[in-house]
Design a protein around this ligand. Structure first.
Ligand SMILES: [Mn+2]
Length: 324
């Protein structure tokens, strides 16, 4: 449809057909290689590795984010970038979940993320609980190869440095522990931003200190500002590395701005700050990205889903402007 100016009209029906991320076409992960996609969303509706916290619900995260994304257009006046045009955006749908088995579910995630990477697209994985970066970072590590180096940035209220929980190693609080064990990840290229509160047991801090991982607690973010801290953290994860995995836990945001998460924590980033952080990360670049622990069942006004979409979109707009 043409607008009166003669240009293609953007204000058409926003949501129609099958609900996908931003209404993007559905392209299965194994067909990314034959498509023009440069960025692919992958849903992982799984919260079965949730061992550290009391509330389920993040399995509905991908569905919730797809619905929230329907509220937005793909073009932003602030960036003059159209996400669907810039990235040939697609939605791979959801990874096949193996009920009751985190390892086999993670194998499926790893296979799908590997297909997206080898197909030439940036994977954006949507959880699901915070075990999600374990298979995703493993896929990126293997994709880069042992002769290349990889950085890992976590934005999270929690250190997630649990070596194991009751013998389980692929849990929602082990992401940083597993990432820092990957063969081409050096601990000095691992950084965590936004940690706060006493849901962080002593042994997690011990592991972080023993391995030499950088942590920027929320108190430091408040004192120095999100821009200064993010720039330091990005300098570390990009120092001598060939790719960076970014994992973003919704609970890094203050509970007042992001109630729709499994473990809402007070005293976190404001919505302004997390959007700024996304812009800074997008400008510096990322090789793969996730969002985890969005739990629509606690998101009574739908604001958390909208925030998660806006933050991801900001990172993608900034990345497109800087390098596409
Ligand atoms: Mn967390």
């Amino acid at each position: 449809m043409m607008a009166s100016s003669g240009k293609k009209q953007a204000f058409g029906p926003m949501a129609h057909g099958i609900i996908s991320m931003l209404g993007a076409p559905h392209v299965p992960a194994d067909q990314i290689g034959g498509s023009d996609a440069r960025l692919a969303f992958l849903g992982v509706p799984y919260d079965g590795a949730n061992v550290c916290i009391g509330r389920p619900g993040s399995a509905l995260g991908p569905q919730g984010l797809r619905i929230a994304s329907q509220e937005y257009f793909s073009w932003s006046f602030e960036w003059d970038v159209d996400l669907r045009e810039a990235y040939g955006l697609v939605d791979c749908g959801d990874t096949r979940i193996v009920v009751g088995n985190a390892e086999r579910t993670h194998q499926n995630v790893e296979a799908d993320v590997t297909k997206i990477l080898t197909g030439g697209a940036i994977p954006i994985a949507i959880g699901g609980d915070h075990s999600l970066p374990i298979p995703c970072a493993r896929a990126l590590s293997t994709f880069l190869g042992e002769d290349k180096r990889m950085g890992y940035l976590a934005i999270d209220a929690h250190m997630d440095a649990g070596y194991s929980v009751d013998g389980e190693k692929e849990t929602n609080c082990s992401g940083v522990a597993r990432a820092s064990e990957l063969p081409n990840v050096r601990p000095e290229n691992v950084a965590i931003v936004g940690v706060r509160g006493s849901l962080n047991p002593r042994e997690w801090l011990d592991l972080i200190r023993e391995r030499g991982i950088s942590m920027y607690p929320m108190r430091e973010v408040k004192e120095r500002g999100v821009e200064a801290v993010l720039k330091d953290a990005l300098d570390r994860v990009w120092d001598g590395t060939d790719g960076v995995y970014v994992t973003w836990d919704t609970d890094s945001v203050d509970a007042a701005y992001a109630p729709g998460t499994t473990e809402p924590e007070p005293g976190g980033l404001t919505s302004h700050e997390i959007i700024d952080a996304a812009r800074i990360i997008g400008e510096r670049g990322f090789t793969a990205l996730d969002n985890v622990e969005l739990a629509p069942i606690y998101d009574l006004s739908g604001i958390t889903g909208k925030l998660v979409w806006c933050v991801l979109a900001e990172a993608l707009y900034a990345n497109a402007k800087a390098r596409l």
